[in-house]
Design a protein. Structure first.
Ligand code: GLY
Ligand code: MN
Ligand code: MN
Length: 436
């Protein structure tokens, strides 16, 4: 269970923060969990997600208005909001061994407590969302980029505790996917498939790490399709479901595509699944993620040629950028406390950013390192807008437009797993919970 590695995780975090503070010239940092925000002119709050920087430190889901003070050579301090309230649940400090590593203080007024705690300890940074009282914390520097770059860079390589959290997030996510697949095969509409996913993963929609994507038929061609239609289409051909689960603030991000038919679209799903698994095996330490993305484009070109969708060779397709018409997003991204976790373009702790000019949507351009967790999510879609653009912009595109017209009603395919990068091998956290 994640908690058994928590003490070691805390030791690692303390060492990393000490290094980052030293390198950037700060003596301490305050990490707020963040406050609630409200709809305009309303007393209802937006769904609350704690700031990832604070969540990483504690083995329970953070509540709003909690603060952490990190100072080298000192136990981390947790300022717990002391509430008196009969309108809402009053949260008490969770019990447990985690407290051994902390100085826990219950405070009525966080602003006053933090102003007093940050006096006389040198240069103090604040990393996280603003709160109404932060402007009154004199001498505290708000979100200094140099420190944030260091912390973001370090965060990409995760601890045993974090690996276990991601395993749990994948387990719950795959339980949801199994229920969703069954619902689809039983003839459910998008809304019902989504409800099945939530129930299978034992989540409320506000618990999800990102709003699940549940797309039937041509809706699968919208990459971030956000509707959940309550109407079943006349013929339910395809399900693309991209949905994950949360465990203690850590996210899984899983996509599966199913069809009821054995025709060409079914063969494309099989071919994409094989390509995805080949790419996954290449995601070991030292690999450049931009190269893996190129490998994915090559694999898609081969599939397009073998199925007669495009008559050109792989080389000519790459020259003409044909695979990008069918696969217009990146191969994957860092995954952890955030679904698209931070630092994917960052080449060093100082914050040198290097997006890939050939693949502007690629969220990860770093070379892979042991203990990074990434997604591998190649896709192949029939997107009318991009196909029209191809017809206009790419002379002799070589694509069989009539064949493509027969595939448009299926929307598209994406297959996405969460991969722990190892030195010579990988661990597929998602397929450990395969159900078919
Ligand atoms: N669920 C969003 C993504 O796969 O990146
Ligand atoms: Mn993803
Ligand atoms: Mn996804």
């Amino acid at each position: 269970m994640p908690h058994s590695y928590y003490a070691a995780h805390l030791t690692t975090l303390r060492a990393r923060y000490e290094e980052a503070l030293e390198a950037t010239g700060y003596d301490a940092v305050i990490l707020p969990s963040g406050g609630q925000t409200y709809y305009h002119a309303d007393d209802h709050a937006h769904p609350y997600h704690a700031s990832a920087m604070a969540q990483q430190w504690l083995p329970f889901k953070l509540i709003p208005y909690l603060h952490i003070l990190i100072r080298p050579q000192h136990k981390p301090v947790l300022f717990w909001p002391g509430q008196r309230d009969f309108w809402h649940v009053v949260h008490t400090v969770p019990e447990g061994e985690w407290q051994n590593g902390w100085d826990v203080q219950t405070v009525k007024d966080a602003g006053t407590a933090l102003a007093s705690a940050s006096q006389g300890i040198g240069k103090v940074a604040w990393v996280g969302p603003d709160l109404p009282f932060t402007s009154q914390l004199t001498g505290v520097e708000m979100n200094p980029q140099s420190l944030i770059h260091h912390l973001n860079y370090q965060r990409a390589c995760i601890t045993h505790y974090e690996i276990d959290c991601l395993v749990e997030a994948n387990k719950a996510g795959m339980q949801g996917h199994q229920a969703a697949k069954e619902a689809f095969l039983n003839g459910a509409d998008e809304y019902e498939v989504y409800q099945a996913f939530l129930q299978g993963s034992r989540q409320l929609s506000i618990d999800e790490p990102y709003p699940g994507i549940v797309a039937l038929n041509e809706n699968a061609a919208t990459l971030h399709y956000e509707q959940k239609s309550r109407t079943l289409p006349g013929e339910s051909r395809t399900l693309l479901i991209d949905a994950g689960a949360d465990y203690l603030g850590y996210a899984s991000d899983i996509t599966r595509t199913y069809t009821r038919e054995n025709g060409l679209f079914g063969s494309l799903i099989t071919a994409m699944d094989q390509l995805q698994q080949t790419l996954v095996q290449s995601a070991t330490a030292g690999a450049r993620f931009s190269d893996l993305h190129q490998q994915a484009l090559k694999g898609i070109a081969i599939i397009l040629q073998e199925t007669g969708i495009c008559t050109h060779s792989m080389e000519i397709q790459l020259e003409k950028r044909i695979p990008q018409v069918f696969f217009p997003h990146g191969l994957g991204h860092l995954l952890g406390l955030q679904v698209h976790d931070v630092g994917g373009h960052q080449q060093d702790p100082e914050g040198t950013l290097k997006p890939d000019p050939n693949a502007p949507f690629l969220r990860l351009t770093r070379s892979l390192q042991e203990n990074m967790v990434i997604t591998i999510e190649p896709g192949l879609y029939f997107i009318p807008m991009l196909l029209e653009k191809m017809i206009q912009d790419i002379p002799q595109h070589g694509c069989d437009l009539e064949l493509i017209d027969t595939l448009k009603p299926y929307g598209g395919i994406r297959i996405e797993d969460n991969i722990l990068v190892g030195r010579d091998t990988i661990r597929n956290l998602t397929r450990e919970f395969s159900f078919d």
